[in-house]
Write a protein that binds this ligand. Structure first.
Ligand SMILES: Cc1cc2nc3c(=O)[nH]c(=O)nc-3n(C[C@H](O)[C@H](O)[C@H](O)COP(=O)(O)OP(=O)(O)OC[C@H]3O[C@@H](n4cnc5c(N)ncnc54)[C@H](O)[C@@H]3O)c2cc1C
Length: 405
């Protein structure tokens, strides 16, 4: 791997960090976290929602939100290394958002009908519209291709029945995988659709019911989506009927190294050490174990682990920049990222002692604004979200080590 940032990448990093410090209200630690940028941590907080939307608009105005898109779609086609440099700087500085469009924009660019691209891509690029993701179901997570939500053709419409889970179904639109041919082999009977979730007055369309799921720390963080005879025009299909699995697997040359996590964890460790140096004595011994050599060694170990994670993320990005498709490398980054995040949060939380249980809003400048305890509870879920530990280990064993299935 030969990975170097150009002077212009370095300049972008500096600019991005300065931008976040200037434009993002640092009190909102609860939406940033160090696991990944996790927007809308608490759905009931509408003020925060508005704040996030306004912040995203500033990224748009700065010309960064879709700079990774191809020029034909209004982007600047910046390369993988530049995307990584920018994302790392944004995450390190605490930005809850960086590049826009998620998975749906690339899929629309490659598989979407011309009218869909014209209709939706400008709105996505302007941060006027966001899509929920309708992939996982209660019995289809690791085995996503086993999904059961059914879509049956009725004239020019599909009639949809089924359930999705683990998304945030509060947007006006969703991109959703549905089963259109139950008799075909499972990967071949799936269709990819856009579907309106709400009507023009902001109410859910007929047949749609959304129920919140609270996290372990009591915040409304996810939703379940129930669909009963929901009517969706068939022109909202992305790609071809029954070829949705392959459309959903479309990966463009957009950066997906997971660099945000080591960037956030680096900042967290730095903030913890700073807190300890400047506040521990004043606020009592339980907040200040830095004096112990054992604990110092533990912090050093964690910092090395985070750096290893960062190098792995760089490797994934470098492979992409060379036109290679990272597989076991992505799984290694995901797996090590989950384990490292758990180790960092759990170590710091217990090191803070009784201070770890203080709630946000007190006048002690705790790392992550007092949300470290909530993150320490939630960090375990990361080894399920986005592919479980066992699935990552399976990929590393088979595609990395060549072990039999
Ligand atoms: C916090 C959180 C956020 C999420 N966010 C999203 C989201 O944004 N979008 C989305 O679509 N989904 C999301 N999910 C869903 C997530 O992708 C699934 O929960 C995950 O893929 C596991 O699937 P499952 O829940 O069906 O469990 P299962 O697949 O049933 O797994 C149960 C257990 O069996 C093990 N297992 C399953 N298959 C194998 C195998 N082949 N080999 C070895 N072990 C195996 C698993 O590792 C696990 O321990 C989220 C989940 C969580 C918890």
């Amino acid at each position: 791997m030969d990975f170097q940032f150009t002077p212009s990448d370095q300049a972008l990093r500096d600019e991005a960090e300065a931008f976040v410090r200037r434009e993002w209200e640092p009190g909102h630690w609860d939406v940033v976290g160090s696991m990944a940028p996790l927007p809308n941590w608490h759905h009931a907080d509408e003020e925060l929602d508005e704040h996030l939307k306004a912040y995203r608009k500033k990224i748009v105005a700065r010309g960064w939100y879709t700079m990774h898109w191809p020029e034909e779609h209004g982007g600047k086609a910046i390369g993988i290394t530049t995307q990584l440099a920018y994302r790392e700087a944004m995450a390190y500085a605490g930005s809850p958002s960086d590049l826009g469009g998620g998975l749906v924009a690339p899929v629309l660019m490659v598989e979407g009908a011309e009218w869909m691209r014209k209709e939706f891509l400008p709105k996505i690029a302007n941060a006027d519209i966001e899509f929920s993701q309708g992939f996982s179901e209660p019995d289809a997570g690791s085995d996503l291709a086993g999904l059961k939500t059914r879509a049956e053709r009725d004239g020019d419409d599909y009639i949809i029945n089924g359930q999705k889970i683990w998304g945030t179904y509060r947007n006006d639109w969703i991109h959703i995988l549905v089963r259109t041919d139950p008799d075909a082999p499972k990967h071949r009977g799936i269709t990819y659709l856009l579907m309106p979730l709400k009507d023009e007055s902001g109410d859910y369309i007929p047949g749609v019911t959304v129920r919140g799921i609270n996290s372990a720390v009591g915040r409304h963080r996810w939703d379940e989506l129930f669909m009963e005879n929901v009517r969706v025009p068939s022109r909202y299909i992305i790609g071809e009927e029954n070829r949705g699995w392959y459309a959903a697997m479309t990966t463009l040359s957009f950066e997906r190294s997971g660099i945000q996590r080591p960037a956030r964890l680096t900042k967290l460790l730095e903030d913890y050490i700073e807190f300890n140096r400047t506040n521990a004595r004043r606020h009592g011994p339980s907040a200040g174990p830095l004096g112990s050599m054992t604990f110092k060694n533990r912090l050093a170990e964690l910092r090395i682990q985070v750096e290893t994670l960062r190098m792995l993320a760089y490797r994934v990005a470098w492979m992409q920049s060379q036109g290679m498709v990272p597989q076991r490398e992505s799984s290694m980054t995901k797996f090590l990222g989950d384990e490292t995040a758990k180790a960092v949060y759990h170590t710091l939380y217990s090191a803070l002692g009784e201070y770890g249980n203080l709630l946000p809003g007190n006048d002690i400048p705790l790392p992550e604004g007092g949300y470290l305890n909530a993150q320490a509870f939630m960090v375990g879920t990361m080894s399920v979200a986005g592919g479980t530990t066992e699935i990552q280990k399976g990929i590393i064993a088979q595609r990395g080590l060549g072990l039999p299935r």
